[in-house]
Design a protein around this ligand. Structure first.
Ligand code: DC
Length: 229
């Protein structure tokens, strides 16, 4: 395994986490899903009534509790990584559309980002990490050895998320609901003041709209193999 960090940024459902997981399995690097951390904070907010139905977060109360929110990752028996919120497995719950609908305003709060970025930087301090998110190449690991910025059309991304939700039994959701959520999150994530979604100047861009899983995985494996050991 190479002692490097790999940063993979991009919009939601662009294929970045699939690529990051595949690269981790291929290379032995540790995969970290930074979006799962913002999702876990959002779940905490929903459970503690810290966010209103129209997405307004009670920042003063959340600030008091941000130090109580511990997020960690553990592998299950199949070897897949799962997200824990204060020692509770929340992997399933953080992927629901309910959490997706509230995550962008929570992730836009500066003190939430500072707390998560500090935890992420600690995870990559000794290198050996592949992390995906929105600001990994720009803010979390500006010195990452490999930086990738993944793009994909909103229609294709909504279709992927829709099929994923259906396969998990979330059948109340329509394709239009998912498309609206994808477009709303793109807008909030790329226009927020704190660490907006932006391609790092030295990141390599990949559009996955017309690529198969196999093709996108081969692309990242080659990038990793070509990096000097
Ligand atoms: O990758 P995802 O869709 O699971 O991310 C969930 C949300 O978290 C997304 O709307 C943006 C936010 N996020 C972020 O602001 N910064 C990151 N590094 C990762 C995710």
């Amino acid at each position: 395994m190479k002692q490097i960090n790999v940063a993979i940024d991009g919009t939601s459902s662009s294929g970045k986490s699939t690529m990051a997981r595949a690269l981790a399995a291929y290379s032995g690097l540790t995969y970290i899903d930074s979006g799962a951390m913002y999702r876990a904070v959002t779940l905490y907010c929903l459970r503690h009534n810290l966010v209103s139905d129209d997405g307004v977060v009670n920042e003063a109360r959340l600030k008091k509790h941000i130090g109580d929110i511990r997020i960690s990752f553990r592998k299950n028996e199949k070897g897949d990584q799962e997200t824990y919120l204060n020692d509770e497995n929340v992997e399933r719950e953080i992927r629901t559309l309910r959490v997706s609908n509230f995550v962008s305003p929570v992730a836009a709060i500066p003190f939430v980002r500072h707390a998560m970025v500090a935890q992420q930087q600690e995870m990559g301090r000794l290198k050996g990490v592949v992390m995906d998110g929105r600001d990994i190449g720009t803010t979390v690991f500006p010195d990452a050895e490999i930086k990738v910025f993944v793009t994909c059309s909103a229609q294709v991304r909504a279709q992927r998320r829709f099929l994923e939700l259906q396969s998990k039994g979330d059948t109340d959701v329509t394709f239009e609901d998912v498309l609206r959520n994808v477009e709303m999150r793109d807008h909030i994530d790329s226009t927020r003041k704190e660490s907006p979604l932006r391609k790092a100047d030295d990141a390599i861009e990949l559009d996955t709209s017309l690529l198969s899983l196999e093709q996108q995985n081969q692309w990242i494996f080659q990038l990793y193999d070509n990096y000097p050991a």
